[in-house]
Design a protein around this ligand. Sequence first.
Ligand code: SF4
Length: 470
Amino acid sequence: MVGKTLFDKIWDAHVVHTTPNGSQVLYIDRHFVHEVTSPQAFAEIGAKGLVIRQPGKQTVTADHNVPTIHQDRPITEAMSRQQVATLGENCAIHGLTYYGLGHENQGIVHVIGPELGLTKPGMTIVCGDSHTSTHGAFGCIAFGIGTSQVAQVFASQCLIQRKPKTMRITVDGELQEGVLAKDIILYLINKLGTGGATGYFVEYAGSAIRGLSMEGRMTVCNMSIEMGARGGLIAPDQTTFDYLYGRDNAPVGTDWDDAVAFWRSLPTEDDATFDLELAFQAEDIEPMVTYGTNPGMSVKINEPIPELGDTPNPGLQKSLDYMGLEPGQMMKGKEIDYVFIGSCTNARIEDLRIVASYVEGKTKDPNTIVWVIPGSKHVEKQAISEGLDVIFRNAGFEFRQPGCSACLGMNEDKIPAGAYCVSTSNRNFEGRQGQGARTILVSPLTAAAAAIAGKIVDFRTANMDTYAAV
Ligand code: SF4
């Protein structure tokens, strides 16, 4: 009998029922909830007289609509104020624990799950948010769902799904110094295109992936959705166990030993097969920078934007018009207006340490506004305890409070029309950071260097001497 993949092992263990048409009812171990996709779902179960089936398996926080300054005051924007207030009311009605503004566990939903030890290997995890794929870094099946599915999970703790195909992407070799997890995933999206993994669940493997920290693995899995994948996952190993050990909600004592023994049984077996296998070399990856309006439109930092006709992307001219860029132009040297360091892709403590390591003792470009937004209250607290906030403020950066912030124009942190924003987030769609805003996706290190220079630079030749690898 052929061995099983990590994905198949988790999926098969969670099937409650298979319908005659092949769809399957999956049990969901953890449901993350936030203010944007939950109001209609709460209303739906209320209208049907249903209750939340397993309140203890819901984790609720406010992130998309929250301001990142003065979180102790009423939210200024009326729509955001209402969204956040409605979430709190719904949690009170349904008896759910709520990590609202001011709570020590509040933060971006995909940052708090792992840091609270709620995200563990072998689980099924859903959330009404595309970037739920982040949790796959722990060896979970984690994916985003729509509002009506949020109601389904509230009412039943189950979800009807069709099993996706599986793909393995192997990245072997050694990453060049300063090439980060964000560069890996931008490179992969560039190679596959934004639809290249549609219909698949992707397992990332290979020595370059194994060598990543949990934060780096989360960055890779986070952006799986940007190449069309249903989700991404990475086999749990000692790095995973070390990250989880001692966290709130992690097993303790003999339960820990039992859990680790189970987690060690999860990785894909040697003779297991995938519907598609792709392989890349880590040495080929360089710091990446996007130039267009989807995350696949990127170049290596020292390459020019493709000429029309050199790329299969038919929307290139339209994207470049929006971005105010030209075919053949270098992104390196492009002057910028804003730098946003944050989001569920790159707002964990490791990301902030990397930025601080580069920035310490330097001052930002006077014409560039720089926001550093920690991913959660715990990240904020940790950053302050390490003095990172002081490094940022001394450099002229604004170190703010946790939330999704300028990842999307849904709260007070918007980028003005026409302005260029170098961003560590995950989407550069038209208007994503505010109407008319022009987003350039990069790694935290490239963002830090851009903040100091006021333009896009290759940090390897710009002040690399003061970057201490962390
Ligand atoms: S940081 Fe951005 S991508 Fe992540 S959950 Fe918030 S809005 Fe979504």
